[in-house]
Design a protein around this ligand. Structure first.
Ligand code: MRU
Length: 372
């Protein structure tokens, strides 16, 4: 998508051999900086410390990280041992978003099919590019399918009436390679001339909504309003939300959705107010192995300083962090929650929209379900 009118992806291979480039998302919206990653250590730090974040972006960055791992392995005496160590290092960086393991496993499989180090290197580069390209394409398709949903809602309103869409956290292009998942239908509707307005949850504790979603919607000229996390239910009661679309970091094949902490409460409020609650995801975010999201999806717990402190731009132009919580108070920082499938109106995927139910998911992705 566009930054000051120039098209960017979130992660790509730099011109200098063996260099991966990312947008350092910690700096947004106050500074736009590109960071070079030259080793698996650099990539692991970038994912763990959230220079890049969001399921698809983490997956694509890990895909490129595995290309760097192949370079490092080709310089070592035991290619396979070094590759495995680097793969484990990347997988350990963040536990909830399944795209990370998916991308690393895809790279390991691709390299295992080749015999010589040179061939492994070539296929690792090719696969890294393919993961990124496929992510961008899947999100573009999600936009097309989600646009139909928005068109249906628009058809039930009077001509030219604005559609109000609420989203939580950042499932925008910054969370993927391009387009975004939850935002792709919004961008498509905006481009099609349908009047849309987005309620952007600030998304404490890291404020990805306030900092990232608001910034990217602004870059694309999409009308939006940032709200405190607890406002959504109130707006829904007043009929000021037509549709909720969120992203997800991992969705079970049965339709349980892990997403940024607070998503579950929005889904409950949406159900209570008959507001459709949709989740947008590329198929790389499905976990085909597990059935019960509440019990089985690992929920990342992060440092308490994200809760006890708040960062932002001081009017002096300096980025500052301030303490909010008494020094003696304990903090807990659960980064994700799970919304049970029964609260999800539908899943918007690159192959179309389906119910958040095993049989419907199976109809769209039959090849993922092995016959018993
Ligand atoms: O902790 P993050 O920023 O990596 O969390 C990911 C998210 O931004 C959200 O949970 C998002 O809605 C899903 S990722 C496409």
């Amino acid at each position: 998508m566009n930054v000051e009118g120039t098209h960017y992806r979130t992660v790509w291979l730099g011109d200098e051999p063996g260099t991966v480039q990312i947008i350092d998302q910690r700096k947004l919206p106050f500074a736009f900086e590109i960071e070079d990653l030259r080793s698996v250590d650099n990539v692991a730090t970038a994912i763990r410390d959230m220079h890049v974040r969001g399921a698809g972006c983490i997956g694509a960055t890990a895909g490129y990280g595995m290309y760097l791992a192949a370079i490092e392995a080709s310089e070592a005496s035991d290619f396979d041992a070094v590759l495995r160590q680097r793969a484990d290092q990347l997988i350990a960086t963040r536990p909830t978003a399944v795209n990370l393991r998916w991308a690393v496993d895809r790279q390991l499989d691709a390299m295992a099919a080749k015999e010589w180090a040179g061939e492994k290197l070539d296929v690792a580069e090719e696969t890294a590019r393919a993961i990124a390209d496929e992510d961008a394409e899947a999100c573009r398709s999600i936009g097309e399918h989600g646009l139909e949903l928005i068109r249906e809602i628009a058809a039930g309103k009077s001509d030219g009436e604005t559609i109000h869409i609420l989203t939580h956290c950042n499932a925008g292009w910054l969370a993927f390679v391009d387009h975004g998942s939850a935002t792709a239908p919004i961008y498509a509707a905006h481009a099609a001339g349908i009047p849309v307005h987005v309620w952007v949850d600030e998304t404490r504790p890291r404020n990805q909504g306030a900092r990232l979603t608001a910034w990217e919607l602004g870059q694309e000229g999409v009308p939006h309003t940032v709200i405190a996390d607890n406002v959504g239910g109130h707006l829904m009661q007043r009929g000021e939300v037509d549709l909720v679309i969120t992203g997800t970091d991992r969705t079970t094949w049965t339709g349980d959705v892990a997403n940024k902490i607070g998503t579950y409460l929005k889904a409950l409020a949406a159900r209570d107010n008959q507001v459709p609650f949709y989740v947008a995801l590329p198929s790389s975010t499905f976990d085909w192995e597990i059935e019960d999201g509440v019990r089985e999806i690992p929920i990342e717990e992060r440092g308490g300083e994200e809760v006890s402190h708040l960062g932002g731009l001081h009017e002096s132009g300096e980025e500052l962090e301030v303490r909010l919580v008494p020094e003696s108070s304990a903090t807990a920082n659960y980064a994700f929650d799970v919304t049970p499938a029964r609260l999800v109106s539908g899943l918007i995927t690159e192959r179309g929209i389906c119910e958040a139910r095993g049989p419907s998911v199976r109809k769209l992705f039959p090849e993922k379900f092995r016959e018993a």
